[in-house]
Design a protein. Structure first.
Length: 392
């Protein structure tokens, strides 16, 4: 069966494409306006089919036919007010998406978005388009999927919508479970499965020197593997703080004396800030600022209880058996299910944004695997019909 062709819109650094390519889909166009992200995509899948620019600037004539369109327009607004004003600029990106569907006329499209997407006016618009608008030909199936249920070592919930004009395609069933009740399911993959064995103390605080040209511009990179295993340089006070946080713990484990003022004055609220990951669970959702411990549960999972700190009235971690740092870019990329030899372009901050924005490839791959048989079936039916026509 020949490879189904695919367009990736809002492609980022290519997380979704990694999963679809693994199931034999052939990318023929990708659109992404963040140059560094587009360059990372290009470093892995080739530059020829990448448009590193605003989706609105892609001319109708340049949109090829394709078997499938993947990628979700970023969602700007969440409210239960409904869609009051179709000219609202927030809807611009959705109109662009519809334009691509109209021009490429894919058999299937896949939209991914944040888990709250079903509460957005954009979702209402999509349902209306499928009911009596531009997407009438397509049957929709949608739901919120957790990447951990598809073999990714991360709990990350995304709304997935599959639209198909070749018969409804159901969302893929989970392949993994926290505590599988039957043999058809595997146990969730854990942090230990994906980051154990990497050097506890990365050698460098910086990406290596070097730049490459993409889209006529010089950009930092290409980096891969241990190039991305970079540490930060926390202050002694920060290190002191990290040492009190056990796996699964967070800011509430800090001794009062070590609390930053903003937290001391706000005794309730977000619990996972300055949190420490756990070896034997999938990670929490990796966001774009995973390198800042104050933004979530991003401290390395290795910690063992050490001596009693009289001054603080708590146990510290044993420094010889604990790793007091945030996860590195390499670790975050592995948790996001990128292969260790994925090629990255950009500054530290740009690459972190690419990693945090991506769809984990394992989740994308599960969706691709679910869709592929319907496309293959459609293609062999087309061939049979063609044979019949030729026979007469
Ligand atoms: C959630 S990220 C996509 C992640 C990607 N699907 C992956 O798996 O790696 C959304 C992307 O849309 C891009 N974007 C937003 N507005 C755009 C526009 N007008 N034209 C092109 N790309 C845009 C952003 O730069 C961002 O990289």
């Amino acid at each position: 069966m020949s490879s189904p062709t695919m367009i990736d819109l809002f492609a980022g650094c290519g997380g979704m494409t990694v999963g679809f390519a693994a199931e034999g889909f052939e990318p023929i166009m990708a659109v992404e306006w963040d140059k560094a992200a587009a360059a990372t995509y290009a470093a892995n899948f080739g530059e020829g089919h990448v448009i590193a620019g605003d989706i609105a600037q892609v001319a109708d004539e340049d949109i090829p036919e394709a078997d499938i369109i993947i990628g979700g327009p970023p969602c700007q607004g969440f409210s239960n007010l409904g869609l009051k004003n179709l000219d609202d600029p927030r809807n611009q990106l959705w109109r662009e998406y519809m334009r691509f569907v109209a021009r490429a006329h894919p058999k299937v499209f896949v939209i991914e978005n944040v888990d709250r997407f079903s509460k957005s006016p954009e979702f209402q618009m999509l349902l209306a388009e499928a009911d009596h608008g531009a997407l009438q030909e397509y049957e929709l199936r949608f739901g919120v999927l957790n990447a951990a249920d598809y073999g990714v070592a991360q709990r990350r919930k995304r709304t997935i919508i599959i639209g198909s004009r070749i018969g409804a395609i159901e969302l893929p069933s989970p392949t993994h479970d926290r505590q599988p009740q039957d043999e058809s399911l595997k146990r969730w993959r854990t942090l230990r499965d994906v980051i154990a064995g990497l050097p506890a103390q990365p050698a460098s605080t910086e990406l290596p020197e070097g730049s490459s040209q993409f889209f006529g511009e010089l950009m930092p990179g290409v980096f891969t593997g241990l190039d991305l295993h970079i540490r930060r340089t926390p202050t002694p006070k920060s290190l002191d703080r990290y040492s009190f946080v056990p796996p699964g713990g967070g800011r509430f484990d800090l001794p009062t004396k070590l609390l930053p003022n903003c937290w001391a004055n706000k005794p309730t609220g977000t619990t996972d800030v300055m949190g420490r990951l756990r070896w034997d669970l999938p990670a929490v959702t990796i966001r774009t600022e995973f390198f800042k411990p104050e933004k979530g549960q991003y401290l390395h999972p290795q910690w063992e209880r050490g001596e009693w700190a009289e001054e603080f009235g708590k146990h510290r971690g044993n420094p010889a058996k604990s790793v007091d740092r945030v996860i590195t870019h390499l670790e975050a990329s592995l948790i996001q299910d990128f292969p260790p030899n994925y090629r990255w372009v950009g500054t530290k901050i740009q690459i972190a944004r690419q990693i945090g924005n991506a769809v984990p490839s394992g989740l994308a791959r599960a969706i691709a695997k679910q869709i592929r048989p319907s496309l293959d079936e459609g293609a062999s039916k087309d061939v049979r019909e063609l044979d019949l026509e030729l026979a007469f």
